[in-house]
Design a protein around this ligand. Structure first.
Ligand code: NZQ
Ligand code: ZN
Length: 393
């Protein structure tokens, strides 16, 4: 296995506008004369007044609205937004919400300019997987720190008709700007705050917990972000604790966890996400909670493949220095599961009233979506994935 840092390009054009009261700068971030479609979710931004503030800030623009983008945004709902954009000629999109609204907006922006059936934007057995080469420009107002979608070019979309949850990405689907106001997180319930901490944690792990290539900056950066989440996580989930710095640190950690910095030149796994997406597709469990189920089991099953990094993680992230190598690895895996549990996320299928029946159903989904050789070495076969699902029962 190559033990050197691989060649890489680092490109991230998203303008981050971070801090209190920045919404009022919206009009300076969108070019004058644009016809803007505001996209949002199930209504939280209406209830908590964020949408009104956005409209006020953009009073000089021609505006339209598309609400109702659900958590785990669906192709079916987004298709209606695509029609609207085409019929009304919107030429700038503004996502106001969490990862689902932002991902949905990336898809609408891409599909509006896509030549052919938008389903072909997806691969994984869903469509032809043709590249997205142009997209409408869009910005975001982030209301939920979790996915990093506000500063990356990826999106995950559910195709209900196919029971599939698949991703796409391209160099043209970075947001032009993202407004990150930590005070917008004050209305989040504990469950979504916990989801955010867990999702960010696992994003870091997907890019860190592989095998060492001597990437000191990427490793230390990942370890610093993990330690930050471990330190602040238990306070972040206190929904009434409106401590500005606490939420600001949370927000910026979640963005950095998946803005394309950690993965540069290093191997990446993403198997926890692949296995997790199938759980959401079949059983509707929140994205982050599927990761809380999969990651501890995956680390146990893949102990040998990830041995060196697990030892590094045990020592540097959890300060575990006692015991032999096997004991230290086991202790780090236990700590990881306990961290998710402290945040209120069950780490077994049984915590979600699911049993043995899930294993073959999920393995069959992986097979349908051609996820038969995943992880950092491409050696996670269906057999290994089956073992991981079993371990998580
Ligand atoms: O829909 P509304 O009414 O707005 O309510 C939302 C939703 O019910 C609510 N919410 C958001 N901001 C709020 C708020 N409630 C009160 N106050 C606020 N400030 O939270 C609920 C969940 O929102 P959602 O956007 O679904 O959550 P999240 O940001 O965790 O996004 C999850 C989606 O992102 C995908 C996931 O697969 C999932 O579909 N991911 C996207 C990634 C990417 N683009 O890079 C990477 C991730 O790994 C992930 O897969
Ligand atoms: Zn995720």
């Amino acid at each position: 296995m190559n033990q050197e840092i691989a060649n890489f390009d680092y490109y991230n054009p998203t303008h981050i506008v971070f801090g209190k009261d920045r919404l009022k700068e919206l009009a300076t971030l969108i070019p004058q004369g644009k016809k803007v479609l505001l996209l949002y979710g199930g209504g939280s931004v209406v209830r908590f007044g964020t949408l009104d503030k956005v409209k006020q800030a953009l009073s000089g623009f021609e505006l339209g609205e598309f609400g109702g983008i659900e958590a785990n945004p669906t192709f079916e709902t987004l298709s209606k937004a695509i029609e609207l954009v085409k019929a009304e000629g919107y030429d700038f999109l503004l996502a106001v919400g969490g990862g689902s609204v932002i991902d949905g907006t990336k898809f609408v922006a891409s599909a509006a300019k896509f030549d052919g059936d938008p389903l072909d934007i997806f691969g994984n057995g869903v469509g032809a997987g043709r590249p997205v080469t142009s997209a409408l420009p869009f910005g975001t107002v982030l209301t939920l720190p979790a996915t990093g979608s506000e500063m990356n070019s990826g999106a995950v979309i559910t195709i209900k008709a196919k029971k599939a949850k698949v991703s796409f990405g391209s160099a043209v689907t970075f947001p032009v700007f993202s407004i990150l106001d930590p005070e917008l997180t004050y209305t989040l319930p504990a469950r979504q705050l916990a989801n955010g901490v867990i999702d960010a944690f696992v994003h870091i792990m997907e890019q860190y917990m592989t095998y060492p290539v001597g990437a000191m900056v990427q490793d230390r950066y990942a370890e610093g972000l993990l330690q930050t989440l471990i330190e602040i996580g238990p306070d972040v989930i206190k929904e009434d604790l409106h401590d500005y710095n606490l939420r600001a640190n949370f927000m910026w950690t979640a963005t950095n966890a998946l803005n394309g910095t950690l993965n540069k030149g290093v191997p990446q796994d993403w198997a926890s996400h692949s296995l997790g997406h199938e759980i959401t597709a079949l059983y509707g469990i929140d994205h982050a909670r599927t990761l809380a189920i999969v990651l501890p089991a995956l680390l146990s099953v893949r102990k040998q493949e990830k041995r060196e990094k697990l030892l590094q993680y045990a020592e540097r992230v959890w300060q575990i220095t006692e015991g032999d190598a096997e004991e230290r690895i086991d202790a780090a895996i236990v700590k990881t599961g306990q961290f998710f549990e402290v945040l209120g996320a069950g780490t077994h299928f049984s915590d979600y009233n699911l049993g043995e029946e899930v294993v073959e159903a999920l393995v069959s989904q992986l097979s349908d979506h051609k996820l038969t050789a995943i992880s950092e070495r491409g050696d996670q076969t269906l057999e290994v994935s089956r073992e991981i699902y079993r371990k998580a029962l």
